[in-house]
Ligand binder design. Structure first.
Ligand code: NAD
Ligand code: MG
Length: 385
């Protein structure tokens, strides 16, 4: 059998390194064709020496020479800069893109892969939040399979296998609730970055960790789910489930509910996406139900975690609103991680930006880029330090 050639975009991140763990454990099934990183040149070099891809991209052009020199004695082609991401995404030589870049930056290369009709293992949820209509439309046109890596969406995808003719009544996206579950605004106002970065059940990159603490992550996931599964906003329910054992559920028209369960480990949805429709045997620890005698569920506290309410508003409003929400949120998280603004200021920044930027009902790709830029500029102008 031919090995599947994987292009890992964002190979130095939490998703990217775990995808490489999966490949390392399954060299009979996969090989690495492309690796990309923004600034971690040391790790990119190490990965390239181990996996011997056809090409690597370092986003930060000032680091090009270092990567080039380090890989001089190999056959690995070295590229640098934002444009190069799209150029390598345009290569014929890979079978699947693992889209593991964080944020809006993932949109262009991912769209390029879709335009090529490549299979995409999608971790980069921001791609669908920003331009889900255009990306999914293109995926259908080019018959490019988009297989979710986000654990909730992988769960739903797994629940839907064999159900193609059956209508979904609703989906239930589970949320851990993050590190501040049960806290109120008088507590959150003083929360600092290091505390917010501590997630109870998952170890992830900085941006998604903060998004999980504010519940913005769940809001982005609602929008991601709408596009992946072609749902109406009313069909998407969020339930807080602090044990993170049920990764999400689908309710069908007969009232039957399917859930996908397991111990929280991102390697599972990553390898499911990479090997789909097959499952790969692992020796990961197994779920022992006796250790989880109570699985609990509650409504999210959207009065305290207002980011989830804002994201729900953007989901219903649609057009460029999710794009604006996402851009303002990226600036807000960036500023919070640098101790420039407080925890609750992130919500205020997103809310003001959503009020400010003009609404476009059916944006073109260029209008999405413009909305993103305008929203970023406006949000940044609110950082008064
Ligand atoms: P991370 O910060 O750990 O890694 C991000 C990767 O993207 C790095 O390789 C980095 O070099 C690259 N990158 C960052 N900025 C870039 C830019 N401007 N241009 C090009 N490359 C850039 O992030 P992560 O936690 O691995 O998350 C990646 C994506 O997967 C996010 O969209 C996140 O929401 C999603 N996701 C992550 C997890 C998780 O467990 N980490 C779970 C579900 C979904
Ligand atoms: Mg998730």
């Amino acid at each position: 059998m031919q090995k599947k050639r994987i292009a890992i975009f964002g190979s130095t991140g939490s998703i990217g390194t775990q995808a490489l763990d999966v490949i390392r454990a399954n060299t009979d099934l996969f090989e690495v064709e492309i690796l990309t990183a923004q600034s971690n040149d040391e790790l990119l070099i190490k990965q390239a020496l181990e996996f011997k891809p056809n090409a690597v991209v370092i986003g930060d052009e000032t680091r090009y020479q270092k990567v080039k020199d380090a890989l001089d004695k190999t056959l690995v082609k070295v590229f640098a800069g934002e444009k190069a991401l799209e150029e390598v995404a345009d290569f014929d030589s890979y079978d699947m893109m693992l889209a593991g870049i964080v944020g809006f930056a993932g949109l262009k290369p991912t769209m390029k892969a879709v335009e090529k009709g490549k299979a995409v293992g999608l971790a980069n949820k921001e791609t669908l939040v920003v331009a889900g209509d255009l990306v999914m439309q293109k995926a259908i046109e080019k018959r490019a399979p988009i297989i979710p890596v986000d654990s909730e969406h992988s769960a739903i995808f797994q629940c839907l296998v064999g159900e193609t003719r059956n209508r979904i009544e609703k989906i239930i996206l589970t949320a851990s609730g993050g590190p501040f579950l049960g806290k109120k605004p008088n507590y959150l106002v003083n929360v600092k970055r290091d505390h917010a970065l501590q997630h109870p059940n998952w170890s992830m990159g900085a941006k998604i960790s903060i998004d999980s603490a504010t519940l913005m992550n769940k809001g982005l996931e609602m929008i991601e789910a709408k596009w992946l599964f072609n749902l109406q906003p009313e069909q998407i329910q969020v339930l807080v489930h602090p044990q993170s054992i049920i990764h999400s559920m689908v309710q069908f028209e007969d009232g039957s509910v399917k859930a996908q369960m397991g111990l929280p480990d991102m390697k599972l949805p990553i390898q499911y996406a990479m090997a789909f429709p097959q499952r790969i045997k692992t020796d990961f620890p197994r779920l022992d139900f006796r250790k989880y005698p109570s699985l609990t569920f509650e409504d999210p506290d959207v009065k305290t975690f207002r980011n989830l309410a804002l994201a729900t508003e953007a989901l219903f409003k649609a057009g460029n609103m999710p794009c604006v929400l996402n851009a303002a949120n990226e600036i807000a998280v960036w500023a919070f991680l640098r101790n420039r603004i407080g925890f609750l200021d992130m919500t205020a920044m997103v809310e003001k930006t959503m009020e400010k930027i003009s609404f476009i009902e059916k944006p073109t790709m260029q209008e999405y880029f413009d909305s993103d830029g305008e929203a970023r500029n406006f949000a940044a102008s609110l950082i008064n330090l």
